[in-house]
Design a protein around this ligand. Structure first.
Ligand code: COA
Length: 158
């Protein structure tokens, strides 16, 4: 089922191809737009008037506030040391690992292809360059880019 019945969808949300997304256990605020081939997992929250571009993956534990832009193919992470199996060799279950949450504050923008490590806060109005690997908190209004992402001079809202 591309959009699970437990998804809370606000007024005037636009999901361009409802059959080509995978949304479950999440909430999406009013007037937000969701592109094609986006997956949004359970226990995530997308604010109002956000744009989530195609091919992005928003995993469990991510909170995205209002007016946030997520570019194409952005990857969030919620497990720093992932394993397929537990120490007994059996496939891991939810009891074998802990979700590490991430917060993206209001009006931040995340460039295409960025990877956002877990346990990160991206500050209000911050701008993340395309292809960045964000490994630490990003201050409000900061512009960061590169691998690992570093502060750059410049105004994210020129
Ligand atoms: C990071 C960004 C905001 C910088 O824009 P800018 O300030 O106009 O930067 P410039 O193009 O003037 O480049 C300035 C320097 O940063 C470097 N740079 C630019 N973007 C970069 C990026 N994403 N990662 C690493 N370095 C980058 C340039 O190579 C240049 O380096 P130099 O001074 O050594 O030559 C922009 O390049 C970017 O990545 N925007 C995101 C776009 C995007 O993903 N949109 C999604 C929807 S289409």
């Amino acid at each position: 089922m591309p959009i699970s019945s437990d998804v809370k969808i606000g007024d005037d949300v636009r999901i361009f191809h409802p059959d080509l997304v995978n949304l479950y256990g999440c909430s999406i605020g009013a007037e937000s737009k969701i592109g094609t081939f986006v997956e949004i997992q359970k226990n995530t929250s997308i604010g109002r008037r956000c744009k989530i571009s195609s091919h992005s993956f928003i995993c469990e534990g991510v909170t995205i506030e209002d007016e946030v832009f997520v570019g194409h193919g952005v990857m969030f992470i919620n497990d720093r040391y992932p394993r397929a199996t537990a120490s007994d060799g059996q496939l891991q279950t939810e009891n074998d690992w802990t979700v590490v949450p991430t917060l993206v504050k209001r009006r931040a923008s995340i460039g295409s292809g960025a990877v956002i490590m877990c346990g990160i806060t991206i500050g209000e109005g911050a701008m993340i360059g395309a292809g960045a690997v964000v490994t630490a908190d990003v201050p409000d209004g900061a512009l960061v880019a590169g691998v690992p992402a570093r502060l750059r001079a410049g105004d994210p809202f020129p």
